[in-house]
Design a protein around this ligand. Sequence first.
Ligand SMILES: Cc1ncc(COP(=O)(O)O)c(C=O)c1O
Length: 365
Amino acid sequence: MRNPSNFVVPWMNDVKPYPVDDVNLAWDHPEFRRMFLNENPYPPSEAVLRAIFDAAKNGNRYPGDGPKLRVEIAKKYQLDPDNVFMGNGSSEIIEMVMRVFVAPGDEVIIPNPTFSLFESRATIIGGKVIKVDQREDLQYDTEAILNAITPRTKVIIICSPNNPTGDFIPDEDLIRILKNGIPTLVDEAYLEYHPEHHSKAPLIRDYQNAIISHTFSKAFGLAGIRIGFCLADKEVIRYFKKMQMPWSVSLMAIAAASAAWNDGDVLNQKTRDTNREMEYIYQELSKIDKVKPYYSYGNYILIDVTATGFDPQGVVDSLLKRKVMIKTVKGFKDRKFIRISIGTDEENALCVESLKQILKTRNGL
Ligand SMILES: Cc1ncc(COP(=O)(O)O)c(C=O)c1O
């Protein structure tokens, strides 16, 4: 093959690979504070480690699709185990949604800003992404989403709470969207941080097009282990099963997730600590002149630095010099944002104090 670009499916040439340089840099520098990937700063519990070790003893055997774990998950949501589908992280749920419903040229409605993987997995299969800006106050613009629907719309993405804006879509808005009958992925990756906000999972009983995804990567803190799940109509799940590679979720991932699922105390402790730290960061950043943090129900906080005149990338680079990794959020009107993932107490204090110093050193204008 002389020139691969003549042979690959044409739309692939325009797609950028999902960036991994930052995460590789972080692994090369264990002294860096990783506050850029919305990871959980607390390592897995002893019970989870034991479960992984025990499962690895059967590492010569292929895994099933997690029937026992699916029973437990179904019980929590008062659904049937066949309403539960396990994925290699919730990223694989996103992948299934795109690959099952979207053909080249079909449209996928995605809020802006949101988690960037939605766009990259839609475009890699030739989908046309229709971005719908959030309102100025960073809430969902449901009217604009409804207006963006065309006969070619095959998927609508709703992330709730949304990464990076941190807030939920109101129930009545979600229902207006679901009433269109278009497959709608409701990504609840961060919901476990606020269990007082109920999952939209019960909606799958009334809306066959509702697909509700969850992950063990965030509040449960198993991002490196790779496991997530979705709750959906059984027929939809049958399509996901046709599409998914067999053995996609490892024995160790299923064992780790089962142990974490059954350890409510550990989950509560982790979420309590993160929510307390969210409050601290929000309060402290609110004190900085011209800086606007957006209170968040996830484990990250979006900060509008437009009024400071600082270039967000410059702020990120200055923090990196202090060994703190955060990220910018680009592409929402002409506003300038950074996003901080909540870390340990010590990491958060360092990040906040560094930001105060950086943003006070000079006016960015
Ligand atoms: C909204 C959202 N969904 C899904 C994911 C991916 O999570 P997972 O590790 O389960 O693939 C992320 C990761 O940051 C996310 O922010």
